[in-house]
Structures are given as structure tokens and as C-alpha cells.
Design a protein around this ligand. Structure first.
Ligand code: G
Ligand code: G
Ligand code: MN
Ligand code: NA
Length: 251
């Protein structure tokens, strides 16, 4: 209850900001994009994890509002990087409330138009769970989004229940392998990892591994044919200023 009241106040006071985590092609060294991640800072300076406050925001019915702010703020920042001569594709996590909103495609179109952002600099991350319901509508929405020119990635891939048929039916560009497949020592998870990478390749999808923390994980992924990576091994989610510094050091 205390948390709920604080969240309601935070939404009004705009006590949120985005941090950005680089996604790199380890073979070429290119920064292929960044993922925007939402942060809520409390008045005392501490911060609450989105894993905690996003489900709360969903239940309170403010996630649509918050998610729309994220989308627009990410588009604004992507345009700022572009104008600074460092065009960077920004990936935004889409919440259930947004995806189910009949105005979602219009909101994405407006975010691009209002910030004069080329659509290829925006990626939308959806989860398998979002895609499970009402397949014809989901397909329609995804096709309209693709029609705008944005790219689509399937987040936390491998942890949900999406059927392989959906994968073919939906115009997804990228699979994001869930980090649970990396963190585990189980031999079986490495087999799944390999299977996801080949599945992606067979379907003509880009594959990116999330949660890469060690050189051993990087080696394994490269051996399996996955070159795109995101994780603490390269960088944590960072503020814009920190990211600029990181970019300079990354080269
Ligand atoms: O950044 P962090 O690891 O703390 O994020 C925790 C969870 O919150 C992740 O599942 C992430 O996808 C989700 N998340 C972070 N930012 C956003 C956001 O802007 N919108 C939505 N819908 N989820 C987010
Ligand atoms: O669900 P989603 O994939 O959007 O969540 C992204 C979350 O993963 C972010 O909260 C981010 O902070 C976290 N994350 C990113 N890289 C790593 C990593 O290398 N290790 C761990 N444990 N978490 C990571
Ligand atoms: Mn994500
Ligand atoms: Na993920």
C-alpha cells in the first residue's frame, strides 16, 4: 500500500528515468543497439527494481501511461544520438497493457513522427506471453508495427510457451535468448542454447544472447554461432553520460 501510494506519486512527479545497456556484435566489435530499461528513483535516492514496480504498475492501471512515456523518451534519446552523429538503435520493452491497447500502433507511429526518428532506429521487445492470446489480432498488430519499419524482438525467448508455428507466423526479426540458459551449468541448457541458435538461423532470425557475464559464456556462444551479445561482461545498463564514456572506451 505504501509502495502503491509512492508509485502513484512517482508517476505524477515523473520520478523515472531510462538507462541503456549496449548490445554488441562480438565478432565485429559493432554496437548493434542498446536496450532501454526503466528506473524509478525514490526521494531518498534509492531505487526500486522494475521487476517489482512494473507488476504493481500493471495492477494499478498506470503501466500504459508509464510505458508510453518510456517509448517516447527512448525515441527522443535515439533522435538525440542520431543528431549527435552516433545513430543508435534503441530497444524498448513493451508491457502487456501497451500491447493490448487498441491505440498502441498509433502511439508508436506518433513517437516516431513527433521525434522525427527513422523507424529502423526503434526496436520493440515483446515477450512470448504477450503473443499467446488472440493470435489473429497479435499477427495484425505485429504486421502493422513492421509496416512502420520498426524491428521486433522476442524477449526472454525459451522461457515461455510460444509454439514454433507462431515464430514462423509472426514477423519477428530477433530472438533474445533468456539469460537463464546461460547462467546455468547444466549440460542440458547448453544443448537448448545450441538449438535456439540453429532455430534462429534456420528461420532467418537474428539471435542475441542476454546476460553474458563471463568470457567462457562468450566463447560458448561464439562456438554455437551466436555473435550478438548483451550482458555485464560488456556493460551494465548505463545513463546517457556513462554510455558516452563507455562508447569512447569500447572504441
Ligand atoms: O533492468 P532490470 O533487470 O532491473 O529489469 C527487470 C525487468 O523489468 C526485466 O524483465 C525488464 O524487461 C523489465 N523492464 C525494464 N524496463 C522496462 C520497461 O520500460 N518496460 C517494461 N514493460 N518492462 C521493463
Ligand atoms: O527481461 P529483460 O530481458 O528485458 O531484462 C533485462 C534485465 O537483465 C535488465 O534488468 C538488466 O539489468 C538485466 N541484465 C542485463 N545483463 C545482465 C547480466 O549480464 N547478468 C544479469 N544477472 N542480469 C543482466
Ligand atoms: Mn528486454
Ligand atoms: Na530478456
Amino acid at each position: 500500500q505504501v509502495m502503491m501510494r509512492a508509485l502513484r506519486t512517482a508517476v505524477q512527479a515523473q520520478a523515472f528515468h531510462l538507462v541503456y545497456q549496449p548490445q554488441v556484435n562480438v565478432r565485429t566489435g559493432a554496437v548493434v543497439g542498446v536496450e532501454a530499461l526503466l528506473r524509478w528513483t525514490l526521494p531518498d535516492g534509492s531505487s526500486v527494481s522494475p521487476a517489482t514496480f512494473i507488476p504493481l504498475a500493471e495492477r494499478m492501471g498506470v503501466m500504459l501511461h508509464l510505458g508510453t512515456w518510456v517509448l517516447r523518451e527512448a525515441a527522443r534519446q535515439a533522435q538525440a544520438w542520431r543528431q549527435a552523429g552516433a545513430p543508435t538503435r534503441v530497444a524498448v520493452n513493451v508491457s502487456a497493457a501497451q500491447f493490448q491497447d487498441p491505440q498502441f500502433v498509433a502511439a508508436v507511429r506518433a513517437a516516431l513522427a513527433d521525434h522525427l526518428l527513422p523507424a529502423e532506429l526503434l526496436e520493440l521487445e515483446v515477450t512470448e506471453t504477450l503473443l499467446m492470446h488472440d493470435v489473429p489480432r497479435v499477427r495484425q498488430v505485429l504486421q502493422e508495427l513492421k509496416g512502420l519499419g520498426v524491428t521486433l524482438s522476442l524477449d526472454d525467448f525459451g522461457t515461455g510457451y510460444s509454439s514454433l508455428r507462431y515464430l514462423q507466423a509472426f514477423p519477428i526479426d530477433t530472438l533474445k535468448i533468456d539469460r537463464s540458459f546461460l547462467s546455468s551449468e547444466h549440460q542440458g541448457d547448453q544443448v537448448i542454447l545450441g538449438a535456439i541458435v540453429s532455430l534462429g538461423r534456420t528461420l532467418g532470425l537474428q539471435v542475441i544472447a542476454e546476460g553474458v557475464e563471463t568470457p567462457a559464456q562468450e566463447r560458448l556462444l561464439l562456438a554455437l554461432g551466436c555473435e550478438w551479445m548483451q550482458g555485464f561482461l560488456y556493460a551494465r545498463p548505463m545513463t546517457v553520460d556513462e554510455l558516452d564514456l563507455w562508447r569512447g572506451a569500447w572504441g
